[in-house]
Design a protein around this ligand. Structure first.
Ligand code: NDP
Length: 248
């Protein structure tokens, strides 16, 4: 089954990469279920998609809650009868040097970027195992491929995703349950992500990089659509996407 008519849950859908991906997939005929905390944004996006003839619904979700992830998956099942793909994309990047000891921000990154993904996997796996099919797409980062100054904890959460997703892929292949996994590694993409940076020194460095290089979140949406659009016997396990001019 190609993208058309697939039921696709997207977390972090209220802005940036998630919102751009939701629009593109809906345009290609998918039924998208949007999840994030800001209901006003989800409402506007749902309306935008449906007013253009697309199919979309939303569920307010805090990915740090196991129950909220279960409710999200159940709401998609109730509305559309199945789930084909889940795009676990919610994340934040309050970068800083480790020596600043912003431990509350460390906790938030672990809770959203890593545990949020675990919660999403735990909520969807029973459904995919029952269906004997499904696809889990997760947004890591180029900071999940190599270390960056100011990104000690952010990078650690994104490296953890890489390991987790590779084991999930190997498990799925050895169990023969037809579950496909895709990990996306974006570089500088123009979104609201830098709004989460509270440390002045880190913010200055990041704004400089992003102002020099950033590209549209639609580029990531294209990559996610490409991974979803493959025949069911083909797994695009990893994709790294960034500005041509950025030496990430
Ligand atoms: P945005 O800030 O635009 O989007 C982040 C999304 O995550 C928002 O929709 C936000 O929604 C959601 N979110 C944050 N916390 C929670 C939570 N507790 N529960 C549910 N949703 C939450 O940034 P991006 O689009 O850039 O970020 C998407 C992903 O891409 C992230 O995982 C990020 O790490 C990754 N990434 C981004 C890069 C970039 O350059 N932009 C580069 C590499 C990776 P709300 O606040 O409404 O809950």
């Amino acid at each position: 089954m190609a993208i058309k008519d697939k039921v696709i849950i997207i977390t972090g859908a209220s802005s940036g990469i998630g919102a751009a991906t939701a629009k593109l997939l809906a345009q290609k005929g998918a039924k998208v279920v949007l999840a994030a905390r800001r209901e006003d944004k989800l409402q506007v996006l749902t309306k935008e998609i449906t007013s253009k003839g697309g199919q979309a619904s939303y569920q307010v979700t805090d990915v740090t809650s196991k129950t909220a992830n279960e409710v999200l998956v159940q709401s998609a099942l109730k509305k559309y009868g199945r789930v084909d793909t889940i795009f676990l994309n919610a994340g934040l990047m309050p970068s800083s040097r480790l020596s600043t000891l912003k431990t509350d921000e460390w906790d938030k990154m672990v809770d959203v970027n890593f545990k949020g993904v675990l919660n999403g996997i735990a909520a969807i796996l029973p459904i995919f195992l029952k269906q004997n099919s499904g696809q889990i797409v997760v947004t890591s980062s180029v900071a999940g491929l190599k270390p960056y100054l100011n990104s000690g904890v952010y990078g650690a959460t994104k490296h953890a995703i890489r390991d987790l997703m590779e084991v999930l892929r190997m498990e799925a292949a050895t169990d023969g349950n037809n579950i496909r996994t895709t990990t996306i590694y974006p570089a500088a993409i123009q979104t609201e992500l830098l709004d989460t940076v509270s440390d002045k020194q880190a913010a200055k460095a990041l704004h400089k990089t992003y102002n020099n290089y950033q590209i549209s979140p639609e580029r990531i949406a294209n990559a996610v659509a490409f991974a979803i659009d493959q025949p069911e016997d083909t797994d695009i396990s990893e994709l790294t996407i960034g500005p041509t001019k950025q030496p990430w």
